[in-house]
Design a protein around this ligand. Structure first.
Ligand SMILES: [Zn+2]
Length: 302
């Protein structure tokens, strides 16, 4: 039985986390309205069956598959999911189209960046080109009575998009951090190759949309949407400040950098408890620091 949570009458979260990760980590959202459905985030190839089972249980006709970006944990399953859906199209960032149609490069990059985790997610299957729609910024997709709007939010990746639902729910993918509900903490999603300027611009763009609720792929829903985004915006500045100070002091170890970060983001103390829970968290925190180190170095040299 798929682990499916009903969030509202029109919104469900299916936990598509591979069991190897040990913690609920990837939420695939299903929007249902008047017998039609949209899938926001497919999760990885290895989770396709769970997702299909959940969709069968809901019984709605899937019209749209909308990954926020093509990293394996978000859009890795697009090709394999489309095989199970008759009339759905995938709405993706224009820069993502070619990589979904031919995922060889994407898979090679993922194996390099993620190692064992890429094997857990499994290789993406190619998606038929004619079923991929290049979604421009502001594009609208109708599912039953519900309208979904595409909002381009580059930074974490150049091909990242967010989705705003008519009821004020904003699906942020990896553009606004990883939400750890139990700790009420957000881990920045600033992994290499982050474009920090674009990441911050995208956060401002999202704040301006005034979302009532943030639906995080990692993981779950936070009410007070604008509030959590504003807090994250401030937090990223704090992390950058900590990284810069560490580098200026010649401290390069992950531990030392995190120590400096905690001076400006006091809640970063919570990370100690968080990384102990899953190897995935540990990898992500290390990568998010690494991305900022690269950015700050670049700024210091420039
Ligand atoms: Zn992710």
């Amino acid at each position: 039985m798929p682990r499916m949570t009903r969030i509202t009458d029109t919104l469900y979260c299916v936990d598509v986390t591979p069991p190897e990760l040990g913690v609920p980590f990837i939420c695939s959202y299903i929007v249902v309205s008047r017998g039609e459905a949209a899938v926001i985030e497919t999760g990885p190839t290895s989770s396709t069956e769970i997702l299909v089972e959940a969709l069968n249980q809901l019984g709605a006709e899937v019209k749209a598959v909308i990954p926020t970006h093509i990293h394996l944990d978000h859009g890795g399953g697009v090709g394999s999911l489309l095989k199970h859906l008759e009339s759905a199209k995938a709405y993706v960032h224009p820069r993502a189209v070619k990589h979904l149609a031919d995922p060889a490069k994407l898979w090679a990059a993922a194996r390099y960046a993620l190692g064992w985790l890429a094997e857990v997610y499994q290789a993406p299957e190619p998606a038929p080109r004619e079923r991929l729609v290049a979604a421009e910024d502001g594009a609208k997709i109708r599912v039953g009575d519900m309208e979904l709007r595409i909002v381009h939010t580059p930074g974490h990746a150049s091909h990242h998009q967010s989705i705003l639902m008519e009821d004020g729910t904003l699906f942020v993918g990896d553009s606004a951090g990883i939400y750890i509900a139990r700790e009420n903490y957000v881990i920045p999603t600033t992994m290499p190759v982050i474009r920090l300027d674009l990441y911050l611009e995208s956060l401002e763009k999202q704040i301006a949309l005034n979302p009532s609720r943030i639906a995080y792929t990692h993981y779950g829903v936070a009410e007070n949407g604008v509030g959590v985004l504003r807090r994250h915006r401030i937090q990223v500045d704090a992390w950058v400040r900590g990284v810069r100070e560490a580098l200026e002091a010649g401290e390069e170890s992950n531990e030392a950098i995190l120590g400096r970060i905690a001076r400006y983001d006091p809640e970063a103390e919570k990370l100690k408890g968080i990384v102990g829970k899953s190897r995935a968290y540990e990898i992500l925190v290390r990568l998010s620091v690494e991305g900022l180190v690269m950015e700050v170095r670049r700024q210091m040299q420039g």
